[in-house]
Design a binder for this molecule. Sequence first.
Ligand code: APR
Length: 312
Amino acid sequence: MRRRKIGLIGAGNIGGELANICMQKQLGDIVLFDIQPKENFAKGKALDLEQACTQSGSDASIIGTSNWADVAGADVLIITAGIPRKPGQSRDDLVGTNLPIIQDVADNAKKHCPDAFTIVISNPLDAMVYEFMRRTGAPKAKVAGMAGVLDSARFSLFLAREAKASVKDVRTMVLGGHGDDMVPLLGYCTVNGIAVGELIAKDKLDAIVARTRTGGGEIVGLMGTSAYYAPAASAVAMAEAYLLDQKRVLPVAAYLEGEYGYKDLYMGVPAVIGGGGIEKIIQLPLTDGEKEMLKKSADSVQKVVDIVKAKA
Ligand code: APR
């Protein structure tokens, strides 16, 4: 039996951390890909990570490359190719630069890795994952965007700290685009089954929701570039759910064909991730307020998708 193969497209900050976690978890052999001018950088990062294996005892292999032939046949692709945000930029500001990059990646992925389960991280997320699926023609079950797992992770952390609870006991769910108007579903957010509203006062909850919405921007403001540890950990949770057929219920950007009232759009929804990829989208009843927030979020996603469609 061969080890599974994981192609990481983009060997920058998130790509490196993705490789690190996949190695530690021994999820498969890793190919760390970047463009030709960054080939030695990718090779160097791969070598550094491989040497770290002697301490962790991982037998998985890792190579750095700028040759798509090395990625061929990957079981999972995780795409971070593109430029990250700088202070003052919104995710949507990246569309002009990252669109041709995702198109290049999609063309190569289609040629070399037609059967991979693909997780897109590049921003603006919902539009980039839409373009990846449109351009490759891959089945919708095999193309997902990573945003909701990260937004939920941020939300869970802030709730755990406020409730003085363990992060292990906090469960959260968010819907909508990966933007400042994502929709936290408070009715489904619990500390080991106890609704968060029982434990945290409304004004504190409102402040946590606001901080979660701008959680990415908070880090860009501090570091001068995008977050990478939590995005990588979140994408690996999705990859692991697929590779180990875990049937996890995770908020992911999935292609909608009428679910929640939206069509021909990628947006964050709760979904079952297992060996079939996105196996099922779970439709939850929403309050009127949540429906309104979701509409606002969908409208923002649609605006960026329209820009992508016009340029494609
Ligand atoms: N193919 C492969 N890799 C590419 C391509 C391409 N066509 N174009 C650019 N890259 C590489 C860059 O050379 C760089 O090494 O993508 C890498 C991105 O790494 P970083 O600049 O460190 O960015 P990172 O923080 O990893 O974020 C990547 O994820 O969260 C999003 O907004 C973020 O869009 C950004 C992406």
